[in-house]
Design a binder for this molecule. Structure first.
Ligand code: TMP
Length: 210
């Protein structure tokens, strides 16, 4: 079973994945939590390049290809082996993020993005994708709070520096994808408290895993 979490900056994906894993384990599922970008040794370096706020001159094409490079390594090193071992894989972002951020928001042709995905992931698709949806201003406020609390010298804030309009496109992009593939996507109202969101997610995931 392959589950992905998507959403705008500050939507709470990471927190919700941390809460979900023990629920799955308590039900006897062996699971791994992973993320994009940055889940592999090589991906960790790619993530640093991608999210460094100092990289203001990065071309959209460079960005697109780096996300896909990270994903190629991630699929090969982490996702496929875990799925082959019958583990539940929970990923903080996957290919929908590229469709939305680089496609809907940056403006790359969606057909081109789809072609690259075919090359990078073949026919691998999540079984379930949870979209944590909330207003952009609320998400960004949370994201900036987290960045201010980061202890590392590298500030992962290149995307948070994008205009509100960019983040609106991202939010709408996810909602559009959810409308196109309602059988795979579940949209969750992420403006509520953590525990309520968690209960909703646990219920959906358990209903889909059993
Ligand atoms: P996150 O770890 O906070 O979710 O940060 C990853 C950032 O990278 C986030 O701003 C979304 C962005 N992103 C893309 O633009 N395209 C992608 O394919 C992925 C996986 C992430």
């Amino acid at each position: 079973m392959f589950i992905t979490f998507e959403g705008i900056e500050g939507s709470g994906k990471t927190t919700q994945i941390k809460l979900l894993i023990p629920v799955l384990q308590a039900k006897g599922y062996e699971c791994i939590a992973t993320r994009e970008p940055g889940a592999t040794k090589i991906g960790h370096k790619i993530r640093a390049i991608l999210l460094d706020g100092a990289h203001t001159s990065m071309l959209p094409l460079t960005e697109l290809l780096l996300y896909e490079a990270d994903r190629a390594q991630h699929v090969h090193d982490v996702i496929k082996p875990a799925l082959s071992a019958n583990k539940v894989v929970v990923s903080d972002r996957f290919f929908d993020a590229t469709t939305v951020y680089q496609g809907y928001a940056r403006g790359f042709d969606l057909k081109l993005v789809e072609q690259i995905h075919r090359l990078v992931i073949g026919n691998l698709k999540p079984d379930l994708t949870i979209v944590l949806d909330l207003p952009v201003d609320l998400g960004l406020r949370r994201a900036w709070q987290r960045i201010k609390n980061q202890s590392t010298s590298l500030r992962e804030d290149r995307f948070e520096k994008e205009a509100i309009a960019f983040h609106e496109k991202v939010r709408q992009g996810y909602l559009t994808l959810a409308g196109i593939e309602p059988e795979r996507f579940r949209v969750i109202d992420a403006s509520r408290d953590q525990q309520t969101i968690h209960e909703d997610i646990a219920e959906i995931v358990l209903r889909n895993t059993i």
